[in-house]
Design a protein around this ligand. Structure first.
Ligand SMILES: *Cc1c(COP(=O)(O)O)cnc(C)c1O
Length: 389
């Protein structure tokens, strides 16, 4: 084994001890059983019940968004946000190449075209400076619409993503959104509990979306939410995610093609309990970050990804980056740590390189390409901390 690999293994072992550690396991330490029992006892497990309203209210309150609409998963939330932002067939939508595949898939569901953007070394999110230069050279405003000069398609939206919980450069991305008239939707799937200059991620753009999948900071089993500050958009989102049914005492009246994307009451019950404990989970995750940082500090060939300046990260996934000279060791580090019971993972492959997307428009992606070669995610669940301390 290479000495760098064994130094990293030692650092991880000093942090986690002998426990087996998954990448991100959920923990259920609060009112989960109580609220789930309430659902079962009342028979309200499905599309009717009080927990959905309560979860939406609590989520809006926690994030500071005026409105939160809960849905079946984060991907569905993205789909609806794009649709309501006016993304239509044949449009282009700017997405980071370094993201989970759902960001691009939601664009495809709208029959639009993902257009891949490079990421910043610092926050791993869309590189605002590079994007602005790129748009200056390859797009123009025609009748108020941003048009790709090469493909002649309208660039109607952009979806910055807060990678592993670290806030993207929102100030400069919002300025691009204004200057080029491109709707901004935040993929805040990973960043519940993360703040940019004191404001919660997912509340900057026309919409933000959150995921409550089993591996996220809190979970509803499967689930997602749409955040917005606009009451008209909020009402539209609620309407079309609940089959576009017009309230009526008995008749089934649907006034447009809607979606069955509503979050069931039983999932929302889990969400209510999880949200109550979010502050404790966040504290544990921050503590875990500091332990990793301490134990990996003397390894000059790697750096641990930290929250950007003036931001608070939820530290969803703890991440190290191996420097370029040593990135050939990434496979060995991942294999060795996994063999020792510590589940580590490479970052995603760039979406722009996956089979369904390898022919789509993109800017130069040098930084993203270099990032993915060196990034490794470490075990990150908040439950790991209680077993350490
Ligand atoms: C998890 C995730 C999603 C989608 O979440 P699901 O709830 O699994 O559909 C979208 N984007 C990013 C970046 C994610 O990490």
């Amino acid at each position: 084994m290479n000495t760098l690999t064994s130094k990293i293994l030692d650092g991880v072992r000093s942090t986690l001890g002998q426990q087996k550690a998954a990448l991100h396991e959920p923990t259920f330490e609060g009112n989960e059983w109580k609220y789930l029992k309430e659902c079962l006892d009342s028979t309200y497990v499905s599309s009717v019940g009080k927990f959905v309203d309560q979860f939406e209210t609590n989520l809006a309150e926690y994030t500071g968004a005026k409105y939160a609409i809960s849905v079946v998963n984060g991907t569905a939330a993205l789909h609806i946000a794009l649709k309501l932002a006016g993304v239509s067939e044949g449009d282009e939508v700017l997405v980071p190449a370094l993201t989970f595949v759902a960001t691009a898939n939601a664009v495809t569901y709208c029959n639009a075209v993902p257009h891949f953007v490079d990421s910043s070394e610092i926050n791993l999110g869309m590189d605002a400076g590079k994007l602005r230069d790129y748009l200056k050279n390859s797009a123009q405003l025609i009748n108020g619409k941003c048009v790709n000069s090469f493909t002649k398609r309208v660039i109607s939206a952009m979806i910055p993503m807060h990678t592993f919980g670290h806030p993207a450069d929102m100030e400069n991305l919002l300025a691009i959104s204004r200057d080029f008239n491109i709707a901004l939707i935040e993929d805040a799937a990973e960043s519940l509990g993360s703040y940019y200059f004191g404001k919660h991620t997912g509340t900057f753009g026309m919409f933000g979306i959150i995921s409550f999948n089993g591996n996220k900071v809190i979970t509803t089993g499967g689930g997602g939410a749409i955040l917005t500050n606009d009451i008209v958009l909020a009402k539209r989102a609620k309407h079309i995610t609940t089959t576009a049914k017009v309230p009526h005492r008995s008749e089934f009246i649907h006034d447009e093609v809607g979606y069955n994307y509503r979050m069931p009451n039983i999932n929302a019950a889990l969400g209510c309990a999880q949200l109550e404990d979010l502050q404790f989970k966040l504290r544990a995750k921050r503590r875990l970050f500091h332990l990793y940082k301490e134990n990996l500090a003397n390894i000059s060939e790697i750096r641990i990804i930290e929250e950007p300046a003036n931001c608070i990260s939820n530290y969803w996934l703890q991440t190290i980056r191996i420097n370029q000279e040593n990135e050939f060791l990434r496979e060995e580090v991942i294999e060795t740590t996994n063999n020792e019971g510590y589940m580590t993972r490479p970052a995603w492959q760039l979406i722009s390189s996956l089979k369904p997307y390898n022919n789509f428009p993109r800017m130069n992606l040098d930084t993203s390409e270099s990032l993915v070669k060196g990034l490794i995610n470490l075990p990150s669940g908040s439950g790991l901390i209680s077993k350490i301390t």
